[in-house]
Design a protein around this ligand. Structure first.
Ligand code: PLP
Length: 426
């Protein structure tokens, strides 16, 4: 009999909101959801890539399509007005959730974190960077940030610099002090590393950036889903995250920017909905945030993201964080029992809700396949941090990442799965 654990969140009742967690996996993949008869129960530990979507969010999206599906901004008819109100209010909901007191004008919806990063890199970076300038990143940046700024730096003649990590996978803040200097125009830093689990001192980095007159862009893809975030307390100039990692749908993310900065920036994409007046010679731009949302925006996804925020707010982000930390520490301790496992990143009691590791003699992809046969879904690869993996001396790693519905028993299944891999590869 499974021992009932006590958790910061009510795992049993939360799990009931996610029918997908009842899935069995391992059958024919050509017909998703079918062919499950002789298969194994799903243990989903790939939440840093994408979390699952509760019925409440699926229902909100279905209601939109069933009841008030229509294009926004342009219509005077009833459905368009309903859709517009819901879509616009979703921006307010996001602003409130991340502590942006300027409301919807400081929150533009994007496709995801990556597009939010590209928006600032293109709209701000191409205009503002040039030879002699530097952009300061970290060695643990996700490619969304690293590749984007690296390439914009190349195009503008600016220099991309990388703050070192230490042996524990934390930022070397002395090195940060050396790198962030008068040439620095932008500091772009991940809040929680999706590979190491490191929680970075983004507030301190914001102070360091501001002291030299630079801006800071914080990549919140792993933090907004998993802990309370207050962009104003951090003093971030820009902050970004994705809906699909926080109980929301794919196809939506958000870019927060301080109002005066967004005001000054040129648009990234041109087209309908983002203009005020167009002539054959020129065009002027819509108010914030619509200036940054060209074309038909992600309306259903916006409604879904607002519902996801409602769902997480009901649980309480402090509780979400406590649950994440509890499972991360438990997983770290369990994996740390074995000499043949190398864990990357800081100790178990000082990290976000994920653990990346390698098992001696077993490639991460092989390990992932073996775990998959037991229903355990984890991620193997470089997690979009190739330069970091080069630095760690590992071609790839295996990452288990947790969310509100995971349990210690599921971590135990992961650890049991490693035994099978050891037997096979011994
Ligand atoms: C830290 C971090 N930044 C950026 C991203 C990119 O997110 P998206 O693919 O939703 O744009 C991810 C996704 O894994 C991430 O973990």
């Amino acid at each position: 009999m499974e021992v009932q654990e006590s958790y910061p969140v009510d795992v049993d009742s939360l799990r009931a909101d996610f029918p997908i967690l009842q899935r069995k996996v391992g059958g024919d993949i050509s017909t998703p959801g079918e062919g499950d008869d002789d298969t194994v129960p799903l243990v989903y530990l790939d939440n840093a890539a994408t979390s699952h979507t509760p019925d409440q969010v699926v229902d909100a999206i279905a209601d939109y399509y069933r009841e008030y599906n229509s294009n926004v901004h342009r219509g005077i008819h009833h459905l368009s007005q309903e859709a517009s109100v819901a879509y616009e209010e979703a921006h307010d909901r996001v602003a409130e959730f991340i502590g942006a007191s300027g409301g919807r004008e400081e929150v533009a919806f994007t496709k995801n974190t990556t597009e939010a990063m590209n928006t600032v890199a293109y709209a701000w970076g191409l205009d503002e960077l040039g030879p002699g300038d530097s952009v300061v990143l970290t060695e643990m940046e996700h490619h969304a940030s690293l590749v984007t700024w690296q390439q914009i730096a190349k195009r503008t003649g600016a220099e991309a610099r990388y703050i070192r990590i230490d042996e524990d996978g934390r930022l070397d803040m002395e090195h940060a002090k050396e790198l962030i200097d008068d040439s620095t125009k932008m500091v772009s830093v991940v809040h929680i590393s999706n590979t190491l689990g490191t929680v970075n001192p983004v507030s301190d980095l914001a102070d360091m950036a501001h002291d030299v007159g630079a801006y800071i862009f914080v990549d919140g893809a792993q933090s907004v889903p998993t802990r309370p975030v207050d962009v104003e307390a951090i003093d971030a100039d820009f902050y970004a995250f994705s809906g699909h990692k926080m109980c929301g749908p794919t196809g939506i993310g958000a870019l927060y920017g301080k109002r005066d900065l967004l005001d000054e920036m040129q648009p990234y994409h041109y087209g309908g909905s983002m203009i005020r007046r167009v002539t054959f010679d020129d065009a002027t731009w819509e108010d914030l945030p619509w200036k940054f949302e060209a074309g038909t925006p992600p309306i259903a996804q916006g409604v879904g993201l607002a519902a996801a925020i409602e769902y997480l707010d009901d649980i309480g982000m402090e509780n979400v964080q406590a649950h994440e930390e509890l499972l991360a520490e438990y997983a770290y301790d369990r994996l740390n029992e074995f000499d043949d496992i190398e864990i990357y990143g800081p100790p178990g009691d000082d990290r976000g809700g994920l653990v990346s590791f390698n098992l001696d003699g077993v490639h991460a992809h092989d390990l992932s396949s073996i775990l998959n046969e037991q229903g355990v879904a984890i991620r193997a690869g470089d997690h979009c941090t190739q330069p970091l993996h080069d630095k760690l001396g590992a071609a790839a790693s295996t990452r288990a990442s947790f969310y509100i519905y995971n349990t210690k028993a599921e971590v135990d299944k992961l650890v049991d799965g490693l035994e099978v891999a050891r037997d096979l590869f011994a």
